[in-house]
Design a protein around this ligand. Structure first.
Ligand code: DAK
Length: 261
C-alpha cells in the first residue's frame, strides 16, 4: 500500500527513499491527541511495509515539534480510565520501528513531544529548539518513557533537574549533554535534515537495521550480553549481498550500490 497523503493530523511526503511526516495541529502547537497518534501509527505501518522506503523523518512546525500530550483531551481522564486504557501505549510504536527514524525538532519539544523525539534513532535540532518535561507543573510527571530515556541520554543529575523543575533546555545545552545528535541552523533546516536522511537511505537497509538493533540492545543488556548479540548480528551481516557489494565497491574504488538484500 502506498503512503497516504490525506491524513487530518499529519502531512506526509516521499522524497526518494525517505518518508517525511509533519505533525500538523498548528493551532495547539502539535499537541499529541489520540487522533494524531492514530494517523502517525497508520503512516508508520505503511512505511515499514513499503520496500521502497528506508528512512523516516518526523518533524513539526517552526514554533513546535510538539508541546506534549493534549492536555484538553487528558483532563477528564480518571485513574480507572488509565488502568483500563493506557492511552500512551500507542505512542511507543515509533520506538519499535524497524527502519531508521529521525526526529527533526524545531521550536518546543515538551512533555510527550520531547519523549516522542527521544524514541527516534537520531534527534536533530534546530538552533531554536526548546526541550522540556514540564509535566510537574500539571501535577504529574513524564510517563511516556521520559523518566527512563532522559537519564540514559543526559545522566541522572540533569534529568532530575529537568523533570523536577520543569525548566526548558535549549538546543546547545541539549547537544552538549548528548540528547541531540546535531544542531542545524534555521535556514534550510528541514532540507539539511533530509540530506542526512537521504544519505542514510542510500546505505544497506538490512545493515542499518542490524546496527540499530545492536545499539538498542545496549539499553536492555549487560555489556557482555550485548557484545555476544552484536557478534551474532555481525556474522549475519556476512550473509548479505550488500556486504559483498560494499566491500567490492571499496576495492573497485567506486560507490556501493546496495539492493537491500
Ligand atoms: N495540550 C493542549 N493544548 C495545548 C498544549 C497542550 N500540550 N500546548 C499548547 N496548547 C494550546 C494552547 O492551549 C493554546 O490554545 P488556545 O488557548 O489558543 O486555544 C495554543 O496551543 C497556543 O499555546 P499558547 O497560547 O500557550 O502559546 P505560547 O507561545 O504562549 O506558549 C508553550 C507555548 C509551549 C510554552 C505553552 O503552550 C505550554 O506551556 N504548553 C503546554 C506544555 C506542556 O505542559 N506540555 C506537557 C503536556 S503533558 C501518559 C504518559 C505521558 C503523558 C501523559 C500520560 N500516560 C502513561 C498515561 C504526557 C503528558 C504530557 O505531555
Amino acid at each position: 500500500m502506498n503512503l497516504k497523503n490525506n491524513y487530518k493530523n499529519i502531512i506526509t511526503k516521499v522524497i526518494s527513499k525517505v518518508a517525511l511526516i509533519t505533525l500538523n495541529r498548528p493551532e495547539v502547537l502539535n499537541a499529541l491527541s489520540k487522533d494524531l497518534i492514530t494517523d502517525l501509527n497508520d503512516a508508520l505501518n505503511i512505511i515499514e511495509h513499503d520496500e521502497n522506503l528506508s528512512v523516516i523523518v518526523i518533524t513539526g512546525s517552526s514554533k513546535a515539534f510538539a508541546a506534549g500530550a493534549d492536555i484538553k483531551e487528558m483532563i477528564s481522564k480518571s485513574f480507572i480510565d488509565l488502568v483500563n486504557n493506557d492511552f500512551i501505549k500507542p505512542w511507543e510504536q515509533i520506538s519499535f520501528c524497524n527502519k531508521p527514524t529521525i526526529a527533526a525538532v524545531d521550536g518546543y519539544a515538551l512533555g510527550g513531544g520531547c519523549e516522542l523525539a527521544m524514541m527516534c534513532d537520531l534527534l536533530i535540532a534546530n538552533e531554536n529548539t526548546k526541550f522540556g518535561q514540564p509535566e510537574i507543573n500539571l501535577g504529574v510527571f513524564p510517563a511516556a518513557g521520559g523518566t527512563q530515556r532522559l537519564p540514559k541520554a543526559i545522566g541522572k543529575a540533569k534529568a532530575m533537574d529537568m523533570i523536577l523543575t520543569g525548566r526548558m533546555m535549549d538546543a546547545i545545552e541539549a547537544e552538549k549533554l548528548g540528547l541531540v545528535s546535531r544542531i542545524l541552523p534555521s535556514e534550510g533546516f528541514i532540507e539539511k535534515v533530509l540530506d542526512i536522511a537521504l544519505d542514510i537511505s542510500e546505505k544497506s537497509l538490512p545493515a542499518l537495521q542490524m546496527a540499530k538493533d545492536a545499539i538498542n540492545s545496549s539499553y536492555e543488556n549487560t555489556l557482555s550480553q550485548g557484545i555476544v548479540y552484536e557478534r551474532r548480528l555481525f556474522r549475519s551481516s556476512f550473509s548479505l549481498e550488500d556486504r559483498k557489494e560494499g566491500m567490492k565497491a571499496f576495492i573497485d574504488k567506486r560507490k556501493a550500490v546496495f539492493k537491500n538484500s
